[in-house]
Design a protein around this ligand. Sequence first.
Ligand code: PLP
Ligand code: COI
Length: 337
Amino acid sequence: MNDVMKDLDWSNLSFGYMPTDYNVRCCYRNGKWGEIEVCSDEYIKLHMAATCLHYGQEAFEGLKAYRCPDGKVRVFRVEENAARLQSTCRGILMPEVPIDLFVEMVKKVVRLNQEYIPTYESGATLYVRPLLLGTGAQVGVHPAKEYMFLIFVTPVGPYFKGGFSANPYVIIRDYDRSAPLGTGKYKVGGNYAASLLPGKMAKSRHFSDVIYLDPSTHTKIEEVGSANFFGITADNEFVTPLSPSILPSITKYSLLYLAEHRLGLKPVEGDVPIDSLDRFVEAGACGTAAVISPIGGIQHGDDFHVFYSETEVGPVTRKLYDELTGIQFGDIEAPEG
Ligand code: PLP
Ligand code: COI
Protein backbone atom coordinates (compact mmCIF):
# COMPACT_ATOMS: atom_id res chain seq x y z
CA MET A 1 0.00 0.00 0.00
CA ASN A 2 1.21 3.53 -0.58
CA ASP A 3 2.31 5.51 2.42
CA VAL A 4 0.50 8.80 1.84
CA MET A 5 -1.09 9.59 5.20
CA LYS A 6 -3.53 12.05 6.64
CA ASP A 7 -2.02 14.66 8.91
CA LEU A 8 -3.31 13.37 12.25
CA ASP A 9 -1.82 13.22 15.75
CA TRP A 10 -1.51 9.43 15.58
CA SER A 11 0.04 8.99 19.03
CA ASN A 12 -2.79 10.74 20.83
CA LEU A 13 -5.83 9.11 19.27
CA SER A 14 -8.60 8.06 21.61
CA PHE A 15 -10.98 5.16 21.04
CA GLY A 16 -13.59 7.33 19.39
CA TYR A 17 -15.30 7.85 16.06
CA MET A 18 -13.48 9.93 13.49
CA PRO A 19 -14.87 10.17 9.96
CA THR A 20 -12.88 8.56 7.16
CA ASP A 21 -13.45 8.83 3.41
CA TYR A 22 -15.39 5.67 2.54
CA ASN A 23 -17.56 2.88 3.87
CA VAL A 24 -18.67 -0.21 1.96
CA ARG A 25 -22.18 -1.66 1.83
CA CYS A 26 -23.95 -4.69 0.50
CA CYS A 27 -27.70 -5.31 0.62
CA TYR A 28 -29.63 -8.55 0.90
CA ARG A 29 -32.89 -8.62 -1.07
CA ASN A 30 -35.04 -11.33 -2.62
CA GLY A 31 -33.05 -14.00 -0.82
CA LYS A 32 -29.59 -12.99 -2.07
CA TRP A 33 -26.67 -10.65 -1.47
CA GLY A 34 -26.16 -7.89 -4.06
CA GLU A 35 -23.08 -6.03 -5.29
CA ILE A 36 -20.61 -4.26 -2.99
CA GLU A 37 -21.16 -0.49 -3.04
CA VAL A 38 -18.53 2.07 -2.07
CA CYS A 39 -20.06 5.02 -0.27
CA SER A 40 -18.80 8.29 1.17
CA ASP A 41 -22.01 9.15 3.02
CA GLU A 42 -21.82 8.58 6.80
CA TYR A 43 -25.61 8.30 7.02
CA ILE A 44 -28.00 5.51 6.09
CA LYS A 45 -31.57 5.91 5.00
CA LEU A 46 -33.78 3.50 6.94
CA HIS A 47 -37.45 2.54 6.85
CA MET A 48 -39.05 3.58 10.13
CA ALA A 49 -40.39 0.03 10.62
CA ALA A 50 -36.97 -1.60 10.00
CA THR A 51 -36.52 -4.56 12.39
CA CYS A 52 -33.13 -3.27 13.56
CA LEU A 53 -34.90 -0.28 15.10
CA HIS A 54 -37.72 -2.13 16.87
CA TYR A 55 -36.75 -5.70 17.47
CA GLY A 56 -32.98 -5.52 17.80
CA GLN A 57 -32.22 -7.35 14.56
CA GLU A 58 -28.75 -5.90 14.51
CA ALA A 59 -25.27 -7.30 14.92
CA PHE A 60 -21.76 -5.97 14.71
CA GLU A 61 -18.14 -7.06 14.72
CA GLY A 62 -14.85 -5.43 15.62
CA LEU A 63 -11.37 -6.08 14.25
CA LYS A 64 -8.26 -4.07 13.48
CA ALA A 65 -5.83 -3.31 10.64
CA TYR A 66 -2.18 -2.76 11.57
CA ARG A 67 0.45 -0.77 9.68
CA CYS A 68 3.54 -2.94 9.96
CA PRO A 69 7.23 -2.00 9.78
CA ASP A 70 7.75 -4.18 6.67
CA GLY A 71 5.38 -1.83 4.80
CA LYS A 72 2.46 -4.27 4.79
CA VAL A 73 -0.95 -3.73 6.34
CA ARG A 74 -2.24 -6.77 8.24
CA VAL A 75 -5.77 -7.48 9.41
CA PHE A 76 -5.88 -9.79 12.43
CA ARG A 77 -7.82 -13.06 11.99
CA VAL A 78 -10.54 -11.64 9.77
CA GLU A 79 -12.07 -15.05 8.97
CA GLU A 80 -12.72 -15.60 12.68
CA ASN A 81 -14.79 -12.40 12.86
CA ALA A 82 -16.64 -13.46 9.72
CA ALA A 83 -17.43 -16.83 11.28
CA ARG A 84 -18.58 -15.24 14.56
CA LEU A 85 -20.91 -12.93 12.64
CA GLN A 86 -22.37 -15.99 10.93
CA SER A 87 -23.01 -17.54 14.34
CA THR A 88 -24.73 -14.31 15.46
CA CYS A 89 -26.82 -14.37 12.26
CA ARG A 90 -28.02 -17.88 13.06
CA GLY A 91 -28.83 -16.74 16.61
CA ILE A 92 -31.12 -13.86 15.65
CA LEU A 93 -32.40 -15.12 12.29
CA MET A 94 -30.48 -12.90 9.91
CA PRO A 95 -29.07 -14.22 6.61
CA GLU A 96 -25.44 -15.28 7.03
CA VAL A 97 -22.92 -12.97 5.39
CA PRO A 98 -20.68 -15.27 3.31
CA ILE A 99 -17.11 -15.44 4.67
CA ASP A 100 -15.65 -14.44 1.28
CA LEU A 101 -17.91 -11.40 1.05
CA PHE A 102 -17.00 -10.32 4.59
CA VAL A 103 -13.26 -10.67 3.89
CA GLU A 104 -13.48 -8.90 0.51
CA MET A 105 -15.37 -5.98 2.03
CA VAL A 106 -12.92 -5.66 4.95
CA LYS A 107 -9.95 -5.59 2.55
CA LYS A 108 -11.69 -3.09 0.30
CA VAL A 109 -12.65 -0.62 3.04
CA VAL A 110 -9.16 -0.78 4.60
CA ARG A 111 -7.52 -0.18 1.21
CA LEU A 112 -9.88 2.69 0.36
CA ASN A 113 -9.07 4.39 3.68
CA GLN A 114 -5.39 3.50 3.82
CA GLU A 115 -4.39 7.10 4.55
CA TYR A 116 -6.10 6.70 7.92
CA ILE A 117 -4.14 3.64 9.04
CA PRO A 118 -2.04 4.97 11.93
CA THR A 119 1.75 4.87 11.89
CA TYR A 120 3.46 1.80 13.35
CA GLU A 121 5.38 3.97 15.79
CA SER A 122 2.20 5.42 17.32
CA GLY A 123 0.95 1.96 18.37
CA ALA A 124 -2.50 3.07 17.16
CA THR A 125 -4.56 1.02 14.70
CA LEU A 126 -7.42 1.23 12.23
CA TYR A 127 -10.55 -0.16 13.88
CA VAL A 128 -12.86 -1.96 11.45
CA ARG A 129 -16.55 -2.05 12.37
CA PRO A 130 -18.79 -4.38 10.33
CA LEU A 131 -22.50 -3.84 10.98
CA LEU A 132 -25.50 -5.91 9.87
CA LEU A 133 -28.98 -4.39 10.04
CA GLY A 134 -32.46 -5.75 9.49
CA THR A 135 -33.76 -3.05 7.12
CA GLY A 136 -37.01 -4.64 5.96
CA ALA A 137 -40.23 -3.31 7.52
CA GLN A 138 -42.17 -5.45 10.01
CA VAL A 139 -44.64 -4.57 12.73
CA GLY A 140 -45.24 -8.05 14.11
CA VAL A 141 -42.23 -9.66 15.75
CA HIS A 142 -40.73 -11.38 12.70
CA PRO A 143 -37.33 -11.34 11.04
CA ALA A 144 -36.92 -8.82 8.21
CA LYS A 145 -36.78 -9.89 4.60
CA GLU A 146 -34.14 -7.26 3.72
CA TYR A 147 -30.76 -6.48 5.31
CA MET A 148 -27.85 -4.11 4.94
CA PHE A 149 -24.29 -5.16 5.71
CA LEU A 150 -21.93 -2.23 5.98
CA ILE A 151 -18.37 -1.71 7.17
CA PHE A 152 -16.76 1.52 8.28
CA VAL A 153 -13.31 2.15 9.72
CA THR A 154 -11.90 4.70 12.14
CA PRO A 155 -8.39 5.20 13.52
CA VAL A 156 -8.18 4.42 17.24
CA GLY A 157 -5.91 4.59 20.25
CA PRO A 158 -6.31 2.72 23.56
CA TYR A 159 -9.78 1.66 24.78
CA PHE A 160 -8.97 1.77 28.49
CA LYS A 161 -7.15 4.60 30.25
CA GLY A 162 -3.38 4.49 29.88
CA GLY A 163 -3.43 1.64 27.33
CA PHE A 164 -1.21 -1.14 28.64
CA SER A 165 -1.41 -0.22 32.31
CA ALA A 166 -3.15 -1.77 35.32
CA ASN A 167 -6.63 -0.46 36.11
CA PRO A 168 -9.35 -1.21 38.69
CA TYR A 169 -12.60 -3.02 37.76
CA VAL A 170 -15.79 -3.57 39.73
CA ILE A 171 -18.35 -6.33 40.16
CA ILE A 172 -21.86 -4.85 40.23
CA ARG A 173 -24.10 -7.69 41.37
CA ASP A 174 -27.42 -6.05 40.50
CA TYR A 175 -26.99 -6.16 36.72
CA ASP A 176 -26.39 -8.85 34.10
CA ARG A 177 -25.40 -8.12 30.52
CA SER A 178 -27.27 -11.14 29.20
CA ALA A 179 -29.61 -13.92 30.30
CA PRO A 180 -28.23 -17.42 31.08
CA LEU A 181 -29.50 -18.85 27.79
CA GLY A 182 -29.84 -15.49 26.05
CA THR A 183 -27.82 -13.57 23.49
CA GLY A 184 -24.56 -13.09 25.44
CA LYS A 185 -22.63 -15.30 23.02
CA TYR A 186 -23.74 -13.19 20.07
CA LYS A 187 -22.42 -9.75 19.22
CA VAL A 188 -25.77 -7.97 19.22
CA GLY A 189 -26.39 -4.38 20.28
CA GLY A 190 -28.84 -5.36 23.04
CA ASN A 191 -26.04 -6.83 25.18
CA TYR A 192 -24.28 -3.48 25.07
CA ALA A 193 -27.49 -1.55 25.79
CA ALA A 194 -27.81 -3.69 28.94
CA SER A 195 -24.25 -2.75 29.93
CA LEU A 196 -24.63 1.04 29.57
CA LEU A 197 -26.17 1.76 32.99
CA PRO A 198 -23.88 -0.48 35.08
CA GLY A 199 -20.95 0.76 32.93
CA LYS A 200 -21.82 4.35 33.80
CA MET A 201 -22.08 3.46 37.49
CA ALA A 202 -18.64 1.84 37.36
CA LYS A 203 -17.04 4.77 35.57
CA SER A 204 -18.58 7.33 37.93
CA ARG A 205 -16.79 5.43 40.73
CA HIS A 206 -13.53 5.62 38.72
CA PHE A 207 -13.44 1.97 37.71
CA SER A 208 -12.48 1.09 34.13
CA ASP A 209 -15.47 -1.19 33.58
CA VAL A 210 -17.81 -3.77 35.09
CA ILE A 211 -16.94 -7.43 35.53
CA TYR A 212 -20.17 -9.40 35.06
CA LEU A 213 -20.98 -12.57 36.97
CA ASP A 214 -22.70 -15.64 35.54
CA PRO A 215 -26.38 -14.72 35.30
CA SER A 216 -27.62 -18.05 36.76
CA THR A 217 -25.85 -18.12 40.12
CA HIS A 218 -23.89 -14.87 40.38
CA THR A 219 -20.96 -16.79 41.84
CA LYS A 220 -18.56 -16.96 38.88
CA ILE A 221 -16.76 -14.36 36.77
CA GLU A 222 -18.08 -14.15 33.20
CA GLU A 223 -16.47 -11.26 31.39
CA VAL A 224 -15.99 -7.52 31.21
CA GLY A 225 -18.62 -5.46 29.35
CA SER A 226 -16.30 -5.07 26.38
CA ALA A 227 -13.67 -7.82 26.78
CA ASN A 228 -13.10 -11.35 28.12
CA PHE A 229 -11.37 -12.10 31.45
CA PHE A 230 -8.23 -14.16 32.09
CA GLY A 231 -6.18 -14.97 35.17
CA ILE A 232 -2.68 -16.42 35.63
CA THR A 233 -2.18 -18.82 38.54
CA ALA A 234 0.96 -19.29 40.62
CA ASP A 235 1.41 -22.72 39.04
CA ASN A 236 1.45 -21.29 35.51
CA GLU A 237 -2.08 -21.79 34.30
CA PHE A 238 -3.79 -19.37 31.92
CA VAL A 239 -7.41 -19.56 33.07
CA THR A 240 -10.40 -18.05 31.31
CA PRO A 241 -14.13 -18.54 31.98
CA LEU A 242 -16.21 -20.92 29.90
CA SER A 243 -19.90 -20.08 29.74
CA PRO A 244 -22.70 -20.05 27.16
CA SER A 245 -23.46 -16.40 27.90
CA ILE A 246 -20.09 -14.77 27.20
CA LEU A 247 -18.86 -13.51 23.83
CA PRO A 248 -16.30 -15.96 22.38
CA SER A 249 -13.39 -13.53 22.10
CA ILE A 250 -11.04 -14.07 19.19
CA THR A 251 -8.25 -12.41 21.19
CA LYS A 252 -8.92 -14.83 24.08
CA TYR A 253 -8.59 -17.87 21.81
CA SER A 254 -5.38 -16.39 20.38
CA LEU A 255 -4.04 -15.94 23.92
CA LEU A 256 -5.01 -19.48 24.95
CA TYR A 257 -2.87 -20.70 22.04
CA LEU A 258 0.04 -18.34 22.69
CA ALA A 259 -0.02 -19.07 26.44
CA GLU A 260 0.45 -22.76 25.70
CA HIS A 261 2.69 -22.74 22.65
CA ARG A 262 4.85 -19.66 23.20
CA LEU A 263 4.89 -19.25 27.00
CA GLY A 264 4.59 -22.86 28.16
CA LEU A 265 1.53 -22.18 30.33
CA LYS A 266 -1.33 -24.61 30.79
CA PRO A 267 -4.44 -23.24 29.02
CA VAL A 268 -7.63 -23.78 31.02
CA GLU A 269 -11.19 -22.82 30.08
CA GLY A 270 -13.46 -23.34 33.07
CA ASP A 271 -15.28 -21.84 36.02
CA VAL A 272 -13.78 -18.82 37.78
CA PRO A 273 -15.64 -18.61 41.13
CA ILE A 274 -15.38 -15.19 42.74
CA ASP A 275 -14.35 -16.80 46.02
CA SER A 276 -11.25 -18.27 44.32
CA LEU A 277 -9.56 -15.08 43.15
CA ASP A 278 -6.63 -15.75 45.50
CA ARG A 279 -5.34 -18.37 43.07
CA PHE A 280 -4.51 -15.68 40.50
CA VAL A 281 -1.22 -13.84 40.64
CA GLU A 282 -2.13 -11.74 37.57
CA ALA A 283 -5.34 -10.96 35.71
CA GLY A 284 -6.40 -9.10 32.60
CA ALA A 285 -9.15 -8.16 30.18
CA CYS A 286 -8.64 -9.07 26.53
CA GLY A 287 -10.32 -8.15 23.27
CA THR A 288 -9.84 -6.30 20.01
CA ALA A 289 -10.47 -2.88 21.54
CA ALA A 290 -8.97 -3.75 24.94
CA VAL A 291 -5.96 -5.66 23.46
CA ILE A 292 -4.70 -6.81 26.87
CA SER A 293 -5.72 -4.48 29.67
CA PRO A 294 -4.11 -5.61 32.91
CA ILE A 295 -6.54 -5.76 35.84
CA GLY A 296 -4.95 -4.14 38.89
CA GLY A 297 -7.75 -5.18 41.20
CA ILE A 298 -11.45 -6.01 41.44
CA GLN A 299 -13.85 -4.28 43.82
CA HIS A 300 -16.44 -6.74 45.11
CA GLY A 301 -18.67 -5.34 47.85
CA ASP A 302 -16.31 -3.86 50.44
CA ASP A 303 -13.37 -5.95 49.32
CA PHE A 304 -10.80 -4.69 46.80
CA HIS A 305 -8.90 -7.73 45.55
CA VAL A 306 -5.48 -6.85 44.15
CA PHE A 307 -3.76 -9.31 41.81
CA TYR A 308 -0.13 -8.54 40.89
CA SER A 309 -0.17 -4.84 41.77
CA GLU A 310 -2.71 -2.05 41.67
CA THR A 311 -0.57 -0.07 39.25
CA GLU A 312 2.17 -2.32 37.81
CA VAL A 313 1.84 -4.89 35.01
CA GLY A 314 2.80 -8.48 35.89
CA PRO A 315 5.54 -10.32 33.95
CA VAL A 316 3.33 -12.99 32.36
CA THR A 317 0.73 -10.44 31.22
CA ARG A 318 3.57 -8.40 29.70
CA LYS A 319 4.95 -11.42 27.83
CA LEU A 320 1.49 -12.26 26.49
CA TYR A 321 1.01 -8.66 25.39
CA ASP A 322 4.39 -8.55 23.63
CA GLU A 323 3.69 -11.84 21.87
CA LEU A 324 0.16 -10.86 20.78
CA THR A 325 0.97 -7.34 19.60
CA GLY A 326 4.24 -8.57 18.02
CA ILE A 327 2.19 -10.94 15.86
CA GLN A 328 -0.48 -8.34 15.10
CA PHE A 329 2.13 -5.82 13.92
CA GLY A 330 4.07 -8.49 12.00
CA ASP A 331 7.18 -8.25 14.22
CA ILE A 332 6.90 -11.83 15.45
CA GLU A 333 6.09 -14.85 13.31
CA ALA A 334 2.42 -15.77 13.57
CA PRO A 335 1.19 -19.32 14.10
CA GLU A 336 -0.82 -20.92 11.29
CA GLY A 337 -4.31 -19.31 11.07
N1 PLP B 1 -16.50 -9.58 25.16
C1 PLP B 1 -17.24 -8.55 24.74
C2 PLP B 1 -18.51 -8.28 25.45
C3 PLP B 1 -16.81 -7.75 23.66
O1 PLP B 1 -17.54 -6.72 23.24
C4 PLP B 1 -15.60 -8.05 23.02
C5 PLP B 1 -15.16 -7.29 21.86
O2 PLP B 1 -15.33 -7.67 20.75
C6 PLP B 1 -14.85 -9.13 23.50
C7 PLP B 1 -15.32 -9.87 24.57
C8 PLP B 1 -13.55 -9.49 22.86
O3 PLP B 1 -13.73 -10.17 21.66
P1 PLP B 1 -12.63 -10.08 20.53
O4 PLP B 1 -11.36 -10.55 21.13
O5 PLP B 1 -13.10 -11.01 19.48
O6 PLP B 1 -12.58 -8.67 20.09
C1 COI C 1 -14.22 -4.81 20.27
O1 COI C 1 -13.28 -5.06 21.00
O2 COI C 1 -14.12 -4.86 19.03
C2 COI C 1 -15.51 -4.43 20.80
O3 COI C 1 -16.47 -4.60 20.10
C3 COI C 1 -15.58 -3.88 22.16
C4 COI C 1 -16.36 -2.61 22.28
C5 COI C 1 -15.78 -1.45 21.56
C6 COI C 1 -17.80 -2.80 22.06
